[in-house]
Design a protein around this ligand. Structure first.
Ligand code: FAD
Length: 474
């Protein structure tokens, strides 16, 4: 028999339960669908497209070693699946589950159509340690606060990773046509802005495991202190590998547990709790499919965030005061300065430039630049979320909006609005020798470096006033 294994955000051959299930039945054809047509599927950003191109090349090589051909198709997934299932004469289709709203609708459709056609369709848990519907409180509701969520989730059993299947003897008889990856235009050409990404990253399964091993071999021991120092290699840099599923959370969990010693026990626990945040973000997206568009706390739709004209119109935005209350530059000029790292606030500028150059930004700095945009510049968090979505190689449908809402104060278990990061004191605390800032902003401290685009103190006071008015009105 022949099975179709449909790859999505799980570009790996090891710990891939769907692939293992397909192989246990006989021959396998692998499929990846670039679906830019199904309703509600969020189009990938630029950095994500770059990563996907190389990630698919790596997957194809990994599957070739197993003698499994990879078919690439573009289009609405249900139609593509119908066609490819027929062309391959497959009698079963397997995939690992997704948890976003539109993706789940697509998967349900494919499943019911396969059943109608008399085919076996089966899905597996592979991208989350704990599926969102399994973590519930005593009342059977999902958790809205991280600490009890993770306490309940981390007490649950985590299965060990599944090995990559054995090489198949012969390729399937009926092989559907594949499109050419180069024709998908996932890579930038004019201009080619990906030079910094190529320098910083090697997309793929082996590189992901190398990053995991390197981290657990050394830096993990100092993770609790070094994770907040952006100039140090203190974190795992696993986020794009987890985003694209080159590495599964089960593999990370298993390796972390094995790497535990009496000396680093606490540090490993701090690290695995970050995987917990990933689980918590995905639980939020599962329960609120519009997490990237709507404030989880609806009263925030009355907050007077600014929205630059060219960013389109948000559907849930409150009033946009015009002109801006603090009399400073227009929303458009603010957003432009923030994106390009020209705000005159060194830690913000360094972070935004690191992001632009490498497709990644250190977590501490993500929090600071996001807070600066939302609270000091008064711009809607969705504007920043969209920029990150376009520029991050780890742009994640759950982690990105959940963290933006966390910073903005509008999210589940968010930082209270009034706790506003001061980007100047954060700089002193977490980059005391300016190593990080100098690396990304060579003109820091020199004449050409701009003055702050807004006064940090005044803009903070204006944000707190606006928040107080919001509270008084609600
Ligand atoms: P480590 O510290 O080594 O953590 C290990 C893993 O845990 C990460 O790879 C990641 O998968 C997960 N993790 C860590 N912190 C978080 C967190 N706060 N929320 C959810 N998962 C976490 N992370 C993304 O993967 N994609 C995003 O699009 C994204 N957008 C963000 C936007 C903002 C405004 C902020 C403040 C944070 C965002 N994060 C996002 C979370 C976090 O910044 C990154 O996951 C982290 O910096 C990745 O570096 P690392 O792999 O070295 O992390």
């Amino acid at each position: 028999t022949t099975s179709l294994v449909w790859f999505r955000d799980d570009l790996r051959v090891a710990d891939h339960p769907a692939l293992a299930a397909g192989r246990s039945e006989g021959a396998v054809v692998a499929l990846y669908v670039l679906d830019e047509e199904s309703e509600g599927i969020r189009p990938l950003g630029g950095a994500a497209r770059w990563w996907l191109h190389h990630g698919l090349e790596d997957l194809r090589a990994g599957l070739e070693r197993l003698n499994v051909p990879l078919v690439l198709r573009r289009g609405a997934a249900p139609e593509v699946l119908r066609e490819v299932l027929e062309a391959s004469s497959a009698d079963a289709v397997y995939w690992n589950r997704r948890y976003g709203g539109p993706e789940r609708s697509v998967d349900q459709r494919v499943k019911s159509e396969a059943a109608e056609a008399g085919l076996h369709a089966e899905s597996f848990q592979a991208s989350l340690l704990h599926e969102p519907w399994t973590v519930r409180n005593g009342q059977g509701e999902h958790y809205k606060v991280f600490t009890p969520f993770w306490k309940a989730a981390s007490a649950r059993h985590v299965r060990p990773p599944v090995d990559a299947p054995a090489r198949q003897g012969s390729a399937p008889a009926n092989l559907p046509d594949s499109e050419d990856l180069a024709d998908w235009d996932l890579l930038p050409t004019h201009p080619d802005w990906a030079g910094g990404l190529r320098e910083a990253w090697t997309p793929g399964e082996a590189a992901g495991h190398q990053a995991l091993e390197d981290f657990l071999d050394g830096p993990v021991a100092d993770y609790p202190q070094d994770r907040d120092r952006p100039s140090r290699p203190g974190t795992s840099r696993l986020s794009p590998y987890l985003r694209w599923g080159h590495v599964s959370p089960f593999q990370v969990w298993d390796a972390a547990v094995r790497a535990r010693t009496p000396r680093n026990h606490q540090a490993v626990q701090t690290f695995t709790a970050e995987l917990g945040w990933r689980e918590f973000c995905w639980s939020q997206l599962y329960h609120h499919p519009d997490l990237a568009e709507a404030n989880l706390r609806p009263e925030f739709s009355d907050y007077p965030w600014q929205w630059p004209r060219e960013s389109g119109t948000p559907h849930d935005a409150g009033a946009f005061p015009d002109p801006v209350p603090d009399g400073g530059p227009s929303p458009t000029a603010r957003v432009r300065a923030w994106r390009r790292g020209r705000t005159g606030v060194p830690l913000v500028d360094a972070g935004q430039r690191e992001l632009w150059a490498t497709g990644w930004m250190h977590n501490r700095v993500r929090m600071v630049t996001a807070s600066f945009l939302v609270k000091n510049l008064g711009i809607h968090w969705r504007v920043g979320e969209q920029w990150f979505w376009d520029t991050l190689v780890d742009a994640d449908a759950a982690n990105n909006p959940a963290n933006w809402q966390w910073v903005a104060g509008s999210g589940a278990d968010a930082a209270p609005f009034f706790r506003i990061f001061n980007p100047l004191t954060q700089h002193d605390r977490f980059d005391p020798d300016d190593d990080y800032v100098r690396r990304w902003v060579p003109s820091f401290g020199q004449e050409g470096y701009p003055e702050p685009i807004v006064d940090v103190k005044q803009s903070r006071a204006a944000a707190l006033e606006a928040y107080q008015r919001l509270r008084d009105a609600n």
